[in-house]
Design a protein. Structure first.
Length: 204
């Protein structure tokens, strides 16, 4: 099972949607980064600047290679809500000057708190899903999948043309354009999908 993340995939409103072809920014995370069942988060010792990024997570239900935009969504069987934690200080060092990999910044243990999955059939339109996250009771991020720059169908088409997507693979589809910020010890992060609480993460 692999976790595939998408960077910079949201705009604040439809008027900001870029024109022309956009190549998705892709990164991967190990399955050991998953933090399931509302587990407590222990921040990594090697970073002083971990940020939260709430995201819709889509699970692949059957083997997918060379999908088209017309059939891509048929390979998705479930939706969850995830928090793509990022060690920003480590990421900055990776980016400059050597443009190194993002693995250390994105792949530490517990870097992907995730909710249980809901059947894709529960959602009438994957291009219109509301999600949000509060930190210590205050709403910090809010998004809707209609604001994705590269849609879910386009992402699956693009990815499956490069690598085979297998059952159980998870696609993190990007965080809202604004609202991501630093995680602090003692914080309580709660994620919502269409108003329903999906995960609750307390930071040690």
């Amino acid at each position: 099972m692999k976790i595939i993340g998408i960077g910079k995939n949201y705009v604040n409103n439809l008027s900001e949607m870029p024109k022309g072809e956009v190549v998705p920014l892709i990164f991967t995370k190990p399955d050991s980064s998953l933090l399931e069942n509302d587990g407590d988060l222990e921040l990594p010792s090697f970073s002083d600047n971990v940020w939260y990024e709430v995201e819709l997570a889509f699970r692949i239900g059957e083997k997918c290679k060379n999908a088209t935009t017309e059939n891509a969504l048929s390979f998705v069987d479930a939706v969850a809500l995830a928090n793509d934690l990022t060690a920003k200080d480590v990421l900055t060092k990776s980016r400059e000057p050597n443009k190194g990999p993002w693995a250390l910044a994105k792949g530490f243990d517990g870097a992907t708190p995730i909710s249980s999955f809901l059947p894709i059939s529960d959602f009438l339109d994957v291009t219109n899903i509301n999600f949000s996250m509060t930190v210590n009771g205050e709403e910090r991020q809010k998004g809707n999948s209609s604001l994705m720059i590269t849609t879910l169908a386009e992402l699956i088409t693009y990815l499956s043309g490069i690598m085979t997507l297998n059952p159980g693979d998870i696609l993190l589809s990007g965080t809202p354009a604004t609202g991501a910020n630093k995680v602090n010890s003692g914080d309580h992060m709660v994620g919502y999908l269409e108003g329903k609480q999906m995960f609750s993460t307390k930071v040690k």
